[in-house]
Design a protein around this ligand. Sequence first.
Ligand code: FES
Length: 188
Amino acid sequence: MDQPAIHPLTIDGRDPAPLRGDPISGDRYTSRDFMQQEWDHLWTRIWHVAGRTAELEEPGDYVVHDFRHESVICIRQDDGGIKAFYNACGHRGMRLTNGSAFAEAFTCPYHGWKWGKDGVLQYAQDPHDFPQGNPCGKLTLKELRCATWGGFVWYTMDDAAPDLLDYLARCRSFTKITRWTRASGCSG
Ligand code: FES
C-alpha cells in the first residue's frame, strides 16, 4: 500500500530526533508568556477535534467547541458537507450559541441578526438603513477550514495549515484507523 505523503511540519511521535532534551521547568504551567507562545505557535496552527461526525447526522445538527477564548461551531449543511464558523456574530461579535444541538439558523441574542446554517446573514433590523446597502445575503460569519477523518470533525484556525490528511499522515500510517463507529448497546 502506498505510504501517504508526509508534510514537512509533521512530527513523528516515535522519532526522538526532534526532541532536544530541554528541561521542562515548572513555570511552563504558570507562565503567561509561555501560554501565549503556545497559542501563537501551536494551538492556532494545528487541527482540533470538534466532535464526532455521528453527532451531525442531519442538516442543521451542530457541535460547539470552546478552546481558550475562542469558540467554533461545526454544522452539517444541506449538501451533506460540514462547515465551521467562529461562534461570534458578524455584527458586534456576540456569542451566538452554546452547547450542541440543531438549528436552521442562529439568531444573535444582542440585536437579533439571523445567520443561516451556511453562515450567510438572513435578517437584520432595518436592513435598508445601512449606508453600504442591505447586508442580508452578503455578510457571512467568519469561516474556518473544516474536514473529517476517522469519524471525527476537525477544524483549524490556520489558513496556511497543511490539509488534514497530510497533517495526520504519520498517524494514519500507523493507526490504520479510518472510521470510528459506536457499538450497539454502548452509551456515552
Ligand atoms: S452583536 Fe449580534 S446582532 Fe448585534
